[in-house]
Design a protein around this ligand. Structure first.
Ligand code: F6P
Length: 324
């Protein structure tokens, strides 16, 4: 291994910059060249590369977003696009890749490896925490803190007006953010795609909470919840059936993906970056570096993509008990 290319791909996440910094500096430490590839796979296709040394990643450990920018490349899904990308890598002398992203990004890396035998190591970066082979993806911890802080503020106004708030959080297919931030913020109910609470039980729970003397409530909903209604339809449904409730909706949206990474995410990014580069040096390919029981370990990329990062069902029970 002489020259490693590093890219960020898919939805950005706090901690991606800290991971880029770690990859770049680990390369420098081991006297390996490092090339930053801009805009993920799209930049590979367009040859948008920049040499990176330890000084090109100064002062980014604390920055949200990704200095390499991110994209979802449709062209990379075609054999022609991947051929262009391969030619560009060869021209630049890049002989292996660190891909920082989610499962879509890893799938791209796997396909590329199958076609061209190109060594790839993945680092899980997505706020959704929906990747198998790591207890935490980069950005997840920061997003949880962002969501809890936002809901704390919503709680102030909910309580002043005796209102019920539906707060929609990110998580297209996964309820990790909703479940954990919901418990952290003291939500009355948490609706996630992995568990269909059902409309009747939601109404029942809200009725019970009113009867128990609560004057305001927060219900956290993952955007991928499968109750068959979006958050605004849910609001209408609850208002029709429980007219005693004054309901408002707050969709937190992309603010959840921004901001300075938490200390946890910075440390995780640093550890995973070191592991990714040193794994490539050791001749490994098609793995993802992740955290399991606070140890940095490798999981085959294929498993990381196909496996399910299960939610902790005990948390559902804890949430139920907490809303008593
Ligand atoms: O980063 C993951 C995620 O936040 C999902 O939860 C969400 O559905 C998606 O990204 C939205 O991303 P975009 O607006 O970039 O398509």
């Amino acid at each position: 291994i002489k020259k490693i290319g590093v890219l960020t791909s898919g939805g950005d996440a706090p901690g991606m910059n800290a991971a880029i910094r770690s990859v770049v500096r680990t390369c420098a430490f081991h006297n390996i060249e490092c090339i930053g590839i801009y805009r993920g796979y799209q930049g590979m296709i367009e040859g948008d590369f920049k040499e990176m040394g330890p000084r090109s990643v100064n002062n980014i450990v604390n920055k949200g977003g990704t200095i390499l920018k991110s994209a979802r490349s449709k062209e990379f899904m075609t054999p022609e696009g991947r051929k262009k990308a391969f030619d560009n890598l060869q021209k630049a002398g890049i002989d292996s890749l660190v891909v920082i992203g989610g499962d879509g990004s890893f799938t791209g890396g796997l396909v590329f490896n199958k076609e061209y035998g190109f060594p790839v190591i993945g680092i899980p970066g997505t706020i959704d925490n929906d990747i198998f082979g790591t207890s935490h993806t980069l950005g997840y911890d920061t997003a949880l803190n962002t969501v809890v802080e936002a809901i704390d503020k919503i709680r102030d106004t909910a309580s002043s007006h005796n209102r019920l708030f539906f707060v929609e959080v990110m998580g297209r297919d996964a309820g990790h953010i909703a479940l954990n931030a919901g418990i952290g913020a003291g939500a009355e109910e948490i609706l996630i795609p992995e568990e269909d609470l059902g409309l009747d039980r939601l109404l029942e729970s809200l009725q019970k909470s009113k009867a128990s003397g609560k004057s305001s409530s927060i219900v956290v909903i993952a955007e991928g919840d499968k109750m068959g209604k979006n958050v605004f339809e849910l609001k209408d449904y609850v208002e029709e059936n429980l007219p005693e409730y004054d309901v408002r909706v707050s969709v937190l949206g992309h603010m959840q993906r921004g901001g300075a990474p938490s200390c946890f995410d910075r440390v995780l990014a640093s550890r995973l970056g070191v592991k990714a580069v040193e794994s490539l040096i050791a001749g490994k390919s098609n793995y993802m570096a992740g955290l399991i029981k606070d140890e940095v370990v490798l999981t085959p990329l294929e498993q990381a993509v196909k496996g399910h990062s299960e939610i902790d069902r005990e948390l559902l029970r804890v949430s139920d008990i907490m809303s008593t």
